[in-house]
Ligand binder design. Structure first.
Ligand SMILES: [Fe+2]
Length: 247
């Protein structure tokens, strides 16, 4: 099983991109995937498909409709839930109350968790945690959990300050389930750690990079940086991940 993970496209509709052109970066990412010796079984987008400056998804769908593999989209804090469901809901079994989904991919089970709470903060409330626990109780497949917000501390002040609601409860669920990988976005940089006994990571952004401040003393702002995406390969119950830079 092979999954390509794209994250944080931040496709604006006003051309005022702060760094590189994310439309061009998205095209390059999809072309790079299409040119691979082995096509992915799925492409998952872990949120922020549009920038909050954009009005809906009409400008996005033409770039994504020709994806070289089945595409499964999750929202991020920049996305718009109602419009997102209209844009990506056809053929997708999103949960009726949030935009989480369950999707078999090869021998694995991809669970997309909508980690954007109604107020825009990151986390999972009790109904979403209960839903996840019930899904996990019904599978013996190796599970990949995908979400926008990383549930783990990144040790960067601007990301960690808001916290992740339900992190402790999620960790408890993960430790009791056949979860073999957690993949997220939101940070606009590649971060890896072991969390709840599982390798967890954030993918680089297709859109702009963000400045790095480990102490919070310098401003958190968009900055130039190479777009990129992750590849996740499952072998038995072990996932090997590759970072593909589009520099
Ligand atoms: Fe983002």
């Amino acid at each position: 099983m092979l999954i390509a993970q794209l994250s944080d496209l931040h496709l604006r509709d006003d051309g005022a991109d702060p760094c590189h052109d994310p439309v061009e970066a998205t095209r390059r990412a999809l072309e790079a995937i299409a040119a691979m010796e082995r096509l992915p079984d799925a492409i998952v987008i872990t949120g922020d498909i549009i920038d909050r400056t954009a009005k809906g998804y009409a400008h996005v769908l033409p770039f994504l409709k020709d994806a070289p593999a089945p595409l499964f989209a999750l929202p991020g804090n920049h996305d718009q839930s109602a419009e997102f469901r209209l844009a990506f809901g056809a053929g997708m079994a999103y949960h009726p109350e949030h935009l989480s989904f369950v999707q078999p991919v090869g021998e694995a089970l991809l669970i997309g968790l909508d980690s954007t709470m109604p107020d825009g903060s990151g986390g999972l409330d009790s109904p979403r945690l209960a839903w996840l626990a019930s899904v996990l109780a019904q599978t013996r497949r190796p599970v990949i959990l995908a979400m926008h917000h990383p549930p783990f501390p990144t040790l960067t002040a601007h990301l960690d300050r808001p916290g992740f609601a339900g992190a402790a409860e999620l960790a408890e669920i993960v430790t009791k389930a056949p979860v073999c990988r957690i993949i997220a976005g939101h940070s606009h940089r590649a971060i890896q750690t072991c969390w709840a006994g599982v390798l967890a990571s954030t993918a680089p952004a297709i859109g702009h990079a963000l400045s790095l401040s480990l102490t919070g003393q310098t401003p958190h702002r968009p900055m130039p940086g190479p777009p990129g995406f992750d590849l996740h390969l499952l072998q038995e119950d072990r996932v090997v991940s590759h970072l593909v830079s589009l520099a």
